[in-house]
Design a protein around this ligand. Structure first.
Ligand code: 13P
Length: 264
């Protein structure tokens, strides 16, 4: 973790927790972080609930003046109209969201989301004043062939190349190898670092070093309190996008603490 970038610990709750469970969790997390004197200036924390919980989380965060941020797991590429079931970037932004996950491998798999669609999602999120967390990462097959770095870099490159420097500097990238998601098989710190560095180098080559150095690159895939400290010790790993471990408040608190400790 390089000192200029503030690390981000983001919990992707996927399709878990209704709005009552979500608000209870956020309240508990805030208490536990207060108890350990968590310093949000050194580490940002964000939770990504389901759409149905966002309003409740917003009311809690605003009324209790909590420093936890939050965001959405998906977004429509269109701004309004006859798109049954879709939710626009402006609707999400009006709920006080800071982030939207874009291109998660589960969305790429279960929904018709290709690179062109993901480019439009990134643009929609940026235009609404939020930050996209762009997910990339190879499957087991690409890793077996030894092309994992080219694959992940190519995914970022294809989606971002037409952005302006200013837009690109507001991106967050999550390197999430598909084989590591929900499997308990975590990438080694060295391979997380290699991927993050390759992605950063490509962003620097496309947009300039100031952009490459500004963009936070997270690691995701079976992150837990057992492996977070080693991973965050790598210079180009700027935090985590966490699935399963973000459903357990003690485990998430511990990962936040380990991440913060790595910066101070
Ligand atoms: P797990 O942490 O459960 O492996 O999930 C990672 C993920 O998909 C976060 O977006």
């Amino acid at each position: 973790m390089a000192s200029q970038r503030i690390p981000l610990v983001a919990g992707n709750w996927k399709m878990n927790f209704d709005h009552l469970e979500a608000t209870y969790f956020v309240q508990q997390l805030a208490w536990k972080l207060r108890d350990i004197h968590f310093d949000y200036r050194h580490c940002e924390i964000a939770l990504m609930p389901s759409f149905t919980s966002l309003r409740s989380v917003q009311v809690l965060v605003e009324s209790d003046n909590l420093k936890v941020r939050y965001g959405a797991q998906a977004v429509s590429v269109t701004s309004q109209g006859a798109f049954t079931g879709d939710v626009s970037a402006d609707m999400i932004a009006h709920l006080g969201c800071s982030y939207v996950i874009v291109g998660h491998s589960e969305r790429r798999k279960y929904h018709p989301e290709d690179d062109a669609n993901i480019v439009d999602q990134v643009r929609a999120v940026l235009a609404a004043g939020m930050q996209p967390i762009l997910c990339v990462g190879e499957s087991y097959e690409e890793r077996r062939k030894g092309i994992e770095l080219d694959f992940a870099v190519g995914q970022v490159h294809d989606v971002t190349r037409d952005l302006s420097d200013e837009e690109a500097s507001r991106l967050i990238v999550a390197y999430e190898p598909v084989w590591a998601i929900g499997t308990g098989m975590v990438a080694t710190p060295q391979s997380a670092q290699d991927a993050a560095k390759a992605i950063r180098d490509d962003l620097s080559a496309t947009f300039g070093i100031h952009v490459g150095e500004a963009v936070r690159i997270l690691y995701g895939g079976s992150v837990s309190s057992k492996n977070a400290e080693e991973l965050i010790g790598e210079p180009d790993v700027d935090g985590f996008l966490i699935g399963g471990a973000a459903l357990n408040v003690d485990e998430l608190t511990r990962i936040c603490q380990l991440t913060m400790n790595a910066t101070v």
